[in-house]
Write a protein that binds this ligand. Structure first.
Ligand code: AMP
Length: 168
């Protein structure tokens, strides 16, 4: 199955020069969505827990956790998670960002798979690895629906097991 047929590229969204990868056609086709989740789940063997990244990573992460019957944990943007949190700041090209996870949602030495829709520059995924390791989790794998190879996000994730279903 050619999954790239189900990704719609929208130029200049949300800002000029960004080619936005829209996952709506893939989600709207149940055969393709089920196939995608099963393929992503195959990359998450030996995993105790699935972490999904805000926001589209929740769609794929939660479905993979459901398929594998594993716990699912959200990494969210600042101000979205209630109760006690652990946070991580990271720099993007022109601004900085903060991601958060609920305290005690990961146990020491748990094997964690991180799931998101797009690997672009790798900044978000790299910060997530740091956040999880700060919570004493072990990064088992990072699984993306798609990877924008020209942005070389994998370089930031050297040393980790990284896979993607589609390369652009
Ligand atoms: P990065 O930290 O640069 O790897 O960006 C990854 C995050 O930004 C992911 O959570 C994606 O959902 C989002 N993202 C980055 N680039 C795109 C794109 N071209 N289309 C859709 N989402 C994107």
């Amino acid at each position: 199955m050619n999954l790239s047929d189900y990704i719609h590229t929208i130029p200049d969204f949300p800002t000029p020069w960004i080619a936005f990868k829209d996952i709506s056609p893939l989600l709207a086709n149940p055969d393709v969505f089920v196939y995608t989740i099963n393929e992503m789940a195959k990359k998450c063997t030996d995993t105790d827990l699935i972490v999904g990244l805000d926001a589209r990573g929740f769609i794929f992460g939660a479905a993979v956790a459901f398929a594998l019957h594993k716990p699912f944990v959200m990494v969210r943007k600042k101000g979205k998670l209630p109760w006690e949190i652990v946070s991580m700041d990271y720099d993007l090209e022109y601004w900085s960002n903060t991601i958060c996870i609920q305290k005690n949602s990961i146990h020491q030495w748990q094997n964690v798979a991180i799931i998101d829709d797009v690997l672009a520059t790798g900044g978000t995924a790299q910060a997530t690895c740091r956040l999880i390791e700060q919570c004493w989790g072990v990064i088992n794998s990072l699984v993306f629906l798609m990877e924008l190879e020209f942005l070389a996000g994998r370089k930031k994730l050297a040393g980790y097991k990284v896979s993607s279903m589609i390369a652009f």
